[in-house]
Design a protein around this ligand. Structure first.
Ligand code: DGL
Length: 259
């Protein structure tokens, strides 16, 4: 069954590349919302509406799971999509955070669109995963148009990058999360400005790696789906903790006779 992938535009194809490398046999349905790009300067409500429309479309097309390749949609809409859609929805944040923390100790830098950084989603997830982590987040809105124009290096791009990263360099970050679909294309200039002491975490690769792990787990261990004909009451919580974290894939209220 196909993987559904979406982004505000074309940039999400960086994620598709990583997914194709990880799952060569998988069909992928990709939606690029090129009519409404960019998402990075829009409100949470708008990004949620757009994302829901795309997820509906992908679901109707038979997607088995959905990857929100767009970091802005991941930050603003994945949580609400997970409530409105039954198929698994993967965002970029969890895997990016795990990869950043696995990359080593020390302050973590995050760059993304204005909406992604303002949402605080990466900052909160990093703090949750490793309390006490120093996070230096910076919105870098000019980088998307530079990439779209093909200005991947050169004097102007380097100057813009240097200015954006000033604070992160001063705070001595050891890891930088590239929290935007477009930034993997700027790895060269980012690496040049930051120097070899800072590891770059490509959120597209981190996402593909995380999905790989979840697929293997899925094959080794079947999912437990629970259907209940009445309200479960407090007992359910206790049984869930007995089964172990994450053992229950879903709990659904049904009516019998069914249909
Ligand atoms: N795809 C967006 C992201 O990853 C960047 C482009 C936009 O602002 O829509 O955040």
């Amino acid at each position: 069954m196909p993987l559904g992938v979406f982004d505000s535009g074309i940039g999400g194809l960086t994620v598709v590349r990583a997914l194709r490398a990880a799952f060569p046999q998988r069909d992928i349905l990709y939606v690029g919302d090129t009519a409404r790009v960019p998402y990075g300067n829009k409100s949470a409500e708008t990004v949620q509406t757009y994302s829901r429309e795309i997820a509906d479309f992908l679901e109707q097309k038979g997607a088995e799971r959905i990857v929100a390749a767009c970091n802005t949609a991941s930050a603003l809409a994945v949580e609400s999509l997970a409530k409105t859609h039954h198929l698994p929805i993967h965002g970029m944040i969890e895997s990016g955070v795990a990869a950043a923390l696995a990359a080593g100790e020390g302050p973590v830098g995050v760059i993304g669109t204005s909406a992604t950084i303002a949402s605080g989603a990466y900052q909160k997830a990093l703090m949750r995963a490793r309390p006490g982590t120093k996070v230096v987040a910076q919105a870098t809105p000019l980088l998307v148009p530079l990439v779209e124009e093909g200005w991947l290096d050169g004097e102007v791009t380097e100057k813009v990058v240097r200015q954006y990263l000033e604070l992160l360099i001063r705070e001595r970050i050891r890891v930088l999360v590239l929290a935007c679909t477009h930034y993997p294309l700027l790895k060269g200039v980012l690496g040049k400005v930051l120097g070899p002491g800072v590891k770059l975490v490509d959120s597209s690769e981190a996402c593909a790696e995380a999905l790989k792990a979840s697929e293997i787990r899925r094959k080794e261990k079947g999912e437990l789906k629970i259907f209940l004909t009445d309200e479960p009451g407090p007992f359910l919580g206790r049984v869930e903790s007995f089964l172990g974290k994450g053992a229950v894939a879903s709990i659904e209220r049904i009516h019998l006779p069914h249909g």
